[in-house]
Design a protein around this ligand. Sequence first.
Ligand SMILES: Cc1cc2nc3c(=O)[nH]c(=O)nc-3n(C[C@H](O)[C@H](O)[C@H](O)COP(=O)(O)OP(=O)(O)OC[C@H]3O[C@@H](n4cnc5c(N)ncnc54)[C@H](O)[C@@H]3O)c2cc1C
Length: 366
Amino acid sequence: MGGLFAAAFLQRIGWEAHVYERTGDDLATRGAGLGTHDALLEGLRALGIDTGERLGVLVRDRICLARDGKVVARRTLPQVMTHWARIYEALRPLVDGAHFHAGHNFTGHRRVGAQAVAQFEDGTEAAGDLLIAADGLRSTMRPQLLPEAQPRYAGYVGWRGTVKGIDLPPEYYFGLPGSEMMLTYPVPTGEWNYVWYRPTTERELADLCTDATGHCHGTAIAPPLIRAGLAARLKRDARELLAPQLATIVEGSQPFFQAIFDLESPRVAHGRIVLMGDCAFVARPHVGMGVTKASLDARCLAHSLEVSKDLDAALERYDRMRCEFGRWCVERSRAIGAYIERRELPDPERVLSDVGAVRADIPMSY
Ligand SMILES: Cc1cc2nc3c(=O)[nH]c(=O)nc-3n(C[C@H](O)[C@H](O)[C@H](O)COP(=O)(O)OP(=O)(O)OC[C@H]3O[C@@H](n4cnc5c(N)ncnc54)[C@H](O)[C@@H]3O)c2cc1C
């Protein structure tokens, strides 16, 4: 997403931008739900993308349900919820085939004069005035520049899934069993998306990431390799711990999970290389900022190049603004998830208001 946003915004100010993507297959078949923010919608419109009805579903209320299905807290806070693929499909055509290079696995970089050169696994290289690393949480670039900036495991995972055929009024629901947090909302594909945050020790995470052959994949595992017994256990827990309306959603899904990490980079501009999106800062998903942050990073880079007198001044501006914003996102998301990490009991009113407040407070500057 960050790479596509960057290419699209840079093209608009007259730069030639190429995107190199490791994956060869169609990414639009992946992803799940995400919340939008005004900054994201405004950024999409600035790129000429229609943010009308097809993009998202408007939910008005946030409702917390107790185990017996009764409402324990409610707050009105309209938000458009979308699907990752809807944004990806809107952005992808903005970069034409001559500038989008699928199946290119970035491995290293070097400098040649004032130019930065990206090196790929197949032995090819690409040189430019600027090299933008938008290769996500598990970046190949970041450890080469900032070996000390390591993702920190937050002590819990988010089980996720989508399911069709749910008959619930289209609102944003929460369930808060013990020190956990389950949330669910409708997305424009006609499905319901859920995320269920559950405290998980490092040892338990290693077990979740172990496939049926006994091989442990580290701290992440491809969804098809998740052991069937783990999904069955999640569904059993859903029946025991969640409101019946929420349990049905988990039971009807094919669950997968992501471990939750915090990541902060001390700098995001390094000579002619910049870090962007999840490569630079990762905030826990409670602030729902992943895509919005990537769009603001890209917009800030293009704006800095447009308004600054030279490239170095532009990159300094980018570095200052994105570090400030990235730290804000990480801090806010950490505060919302702190009770899960500490295994404390949450106050439902407080959870709804903290999650909601982020939308109003986001610094939109770029
Ligand atoms: C397929 C997919 C589905 C997602 N679904 C959701 C979702 O449903 N909800 C949500 O909130 N967030 C989702 N995300 C995460 C979300 O896109 C990011 O949090 C956010 O958009 C920041 O984007 P990013 O570009 O910084 O990182 P990412 O979106 O993670 O993109 C990084 C990209 O870099 C590529 N890459 C990694 N290493 C290399 C390399 N060495 N060489 C070349 N390319 C490389 C990856 O294949 C990926 O396409 C998804 C990400 C992906 C890739």
